[in-house]
Write a protein that binds this ligand. Sequence first.
Ligand SMILES: Nc1ncnc2c1ncn2[C@@H]1O[C@H](COP(=O)(O)OP(=O)(O)OP(=O)(O)O)[C@@H](O)[C@H]1O
Ligand SMILES: [Mg+2]
Length: 665
Amino acid sequence: MPEDMEPGVIRKLDEVVVNRIAAGEIIQRPANALKELLENSLDAQSTHIQVNVKNGGLKLLQIQDNGTGIRREDLEIVCERFTTSKLARFEDLAQIATFGFRGEALASISHVAHLNIQTKTAKEKCGYKATYADGKLQGQPKPCAGNQGTIISIEDLFYNMPQRRQALRSPAEEFQRLSEVLAKYAVHNPRVGFTLRKQGETQPALRTPVASSRAENIRIIYGAAIAKELLEFSHRDEMFKFEAECLLTQVNYSAKKSQMLLFINQRLVESPALKTAVDAVYATYLPRGHHPFVYMSLTLPPQNLDVNVHPTKHEVHFLYQDEIVERLKQQVEARLLGSNSTRTFYKQLRLPGAPDLDETQPGDKTQRVYPKELVRTDASEQKLDKFLAPLVKSDSGMSSGSSEDAPPLPDESFRVTAAKKSREVRLSSVLDMRKRVERQCSVQLRSTLKNLVYVGCVDERRALFQHETHLYLCNTRAFSEELFYQRLVYEFQNCQEISIKPPLSLKELLILALDSEAAGWTPEDGDKTNLAVSAAEILQNKAPIMREYFGLRISEEGELESLPSLVPQHRPCVAHLPVYLLRLATEVDWEQEARCFETFCRETARFYGQLDWRDGSVGAGHPRWTTEHVLFPAFKKYLLPSPRLKDQIYELTNLPTLYKVFERC
Ligand SMILES: Nc1ncnc2c1ncn2[C@@H]1O[C@H](COP(=O)(O)OP(=O)(O)OP(=O)(O)O)[C@@H](O)[C@H]1O
Ligand SMILES: [Mg+2]
């Protein structure tokens, strides 16, 4: 090192320089300034916020609100650094409920622009106007007329930072960014009316009404194409203590531009991790390079959130970030599936923590696989049927009307109607049912189901399947009932229909039901015909509910015209139809909404879960075929098993155990 090199002399920077450097970090472009000003107006409880812009905010950025105003005596210090009405002690930051807490925004702006404040509080008789430079009030505030609220005007942004000003050369781009910020706040705060105007133009560039809704504001700002595809849901997570409100487009919509509006505890933030996760869900549905529109608002306990990690507050840190992102990802996936089963490219469901075996296949090809670990993955290789004689027709255990009693109903008369466009479900009772299903879903069992290989039917209630090296026996009936229940819950309002041609008389079906053993009719119950008539009346009265929500149609003449189609290729068993209808009339609680949907879905699931085992034939449409080709694929695809179903599965054996046995032979 040359000897004449001297160390630099350390000096304290001039305060103005310090402040300007700090300000340059907080206010990087007009859009950052607007965000700070919007947050101040929202903190001041405004219901009307108007923004005026000249030259993309570089010449003028003015915001007018009807909030609390600033007290006359605070005007002296309002633009000094670290002066705030929102935070007193550092510990309060853990509970902060306002956007502001640093007391830095206005100060920063005053260091990089000409700043004027005009404000009036409710108590003061007149308003005041004040001018600021480098954090300091210039002269005295001047009394002026005005309405309650505040007008903040920022002129010549970065007039004293030539490089910054040069870098922001395009007012059009800056205006675009300003309107994006305003749009996002407007969607998140629908109670407040927002207006954005370019100075000198008569029509506002953007305007939302006061007391609007999020969906409505999305329509106004982002357009009807997005609004009509929106799927709305909320999710509450007890484990990781967060709540999410989401409005996102279904898979029918996609755009080149990615739109993600993310708010965490009301703050507009960015989360690359969450964005990547959501994009990954949509990537399987949308064309390459296309994106959804996503609005998400998360609420976490304030103490789990660190808001003080970035000068522009664009980033936040929170506890359980990875877990929360994962949960949200699963929610989005499940909701997209639930809302849109009519899409042809239906994707298999993956659930909380379920290991994806496709992805975790050992990549190391040199690894030795022992025969006891070899797993059959193609069910068509060899099935149980091969080893068993055809099932003997059972004449016991069937509790409903016999097939001989049933009206002739050839299979061809059951037709599934064309797919309808899916409708968004808003009823909280149904959303709660979905939540319950998802909350109760056993991750482990879901993973087993997803990867099972069908082996064969044992009898009318039981089937064998294999998962990895284990062989299981399961109660097909219990699984089917749960499956059909969930299909009803998720297809609510969007059920396809199986039309019945010619339609069947309700009354006749109900008489058949009363004739059957299952109805348990006794003479004290009264005349069968009268009973059938009154049951038919109940059903007819409730027909609008069944038609609207479940695709079960009853004509005005009292004829059954359609039933819900819940799983492709599945037809409920006609023999059980009469008792099903009787039970709808007697077992469904028609009075209370949530109970009504729950009991209707359970009764229907019970009916759909029954196969007609009296039909000993083989081939398409018959019980064995249906179990293998309809029910099991549907379990794999749709069923979110509750731990209760664990009791309906028994592990018969596994390969390592069998090897131990046979090795001794
Ligand atoms: N539009 C407004 N209406 C009423 N009061 C306002 C408005 N804008 C600013 N204030 C007052 O001025 C103070 C300073 O605002 P500033 O934005 O600089 O800091 P802050 O909001 O407290 O914190 P932060 O720097 O984190 O935004 C606020 O605490 C608030 O009391
Ligand atoms: Mg502020």
